[in-house]
Design a protein around this ligand. Sequence first.
Ligand code: G6P
Length: 367
Amino acid sequence: EDAEKGEYRHYMLKEIFEQPVALQRTLEGRLGSVADLDGLFSKNADLLERVRFIQIIACGTSYHAGMIARYWLEALAGVPCQVEVASEFRYRTHVVPEGTLFVTISQSGETADTLAALRATNSPNYVGRLAVCNVDSSSLVRESELVLLTRAGPEIGVASTKAFTTQLAALKMLVLAMARVRGVDEATIQAQLDELRQLPGLIQQVLLLDDEIEKLAEQFVEKNHTLFLGRGTQYPVAMEGALKLKEISYIHAEAYPAGELKHGPLALVDKEMPVVAVAPNDELLEKLKSNLQEVRARGGELFIFADGDAALENEDGMTVLNMPAVPECLIPIVYTVPLQLLSYHVAVMRGTDVDQPRNLAKSVTVE
Ligand code: G6P
C-alpha cells in the first residue's frame, strides 16, 4: 500500500506528505528515556565506547545528511568527524585515525561507490562499520556490524525526500547515543529527546504552507539560475534544496554558505537569479541577515524561509515565508521540507517528469 500513489499526482508529493508518519516510525520506541539510547543498536553497541573519530561516507542527498550530522556530532558529542562523498574517498589515499567508526548513509543500501568504500575498510584503526539505511535486506546492512534503520518505507520518487529527513532523525539519535557514551549530562540529552518528539507535528505544520509555497514557485518557473544560502547546519540544507531543484526542474541551482558570498557568487547577483535563503532563529541569524543585505543592495531578488520571530518582512525584492518556531536541534530537518515543496511545484509548472527526471536513477548500482 505504501508504494501506491493514491490521491497524489506524483510519488514525490506523496512522499513529502508522508514525512510526519515516516519520522514517527523512525523515532518510535527509541526515545522514551535517555536509557533507551542504549538499545539503539541490537548488537555490537559496546563499539561506541571505543570511538574516537567518525568518518561518514555517502552520495547525493545522503551525503547532505552526513554533512549535517557532522555539525551535531562535534557540537554535542564532541567527536571529531569528517564527511566525504564515496566516489572521492574510495580513490584517494587517506589517513584513518585510531578508533574510527566508519559510517555509511544510504537510502537503498546498494549505491556502488558507497558499498565499494565500505568494502575497502581494512585498516585496523577502524573500530567498526555502521550503516544508516532504509532497506533492511540491503548489501550495506548485511556487511556492517552496526545498523541504524530509517523507517521511511519505500521511496519511489528519484528525488529523495522522506529518506533524507528520516536519515537526519536517525543520525540525531546516533549523536545522542554518542553523547551519552561520552558522558554528556543526562539533562541535555533528555531535552533533545523531548524536542525530537515534536518533530512529526512540526513537519505537519510546515506542510500546511504548501499552497503558499506553490504560489512562490511561480516566480522561479522562467528562471535559469538560482542561488541557495544558509549558514551552519543550514548550509547543507541549502545544498539539499539546490540539489532538489536541479534534479527535478532542470534549473541550475547552486548552494553557498552565506558567509562566502562576498568571495565570488555576489558577482552573479541580479534580478534574473532568485536567491533562496533559510533563516531560522538561531545564533547565526544576525550574520545571515547582513549577508542578505549584501544581496539586496545589488538588486537581487530574495526568497526567505524565516522564523516568525526573525523580524524579516516582505518588502520590494524580498519575499518572506514564515515558518513555525523550531527548537534549535530540529532546525535542519524542518527547514528542508519547504525547499522540497518549492522544487516540486517549480518542476510541475515546468512540466518535467518529476518522479523520473531525465538522466537520473533512483539507485546507482554501477560505477
Ligand atoms: C541517486 C539518487 C539520489 C540519492 C543517491 C544516493 O543519485 O537519485 O536521490 O541520494 O543516489 O543514494 P542512496 O540510496 O545511497 O542514498
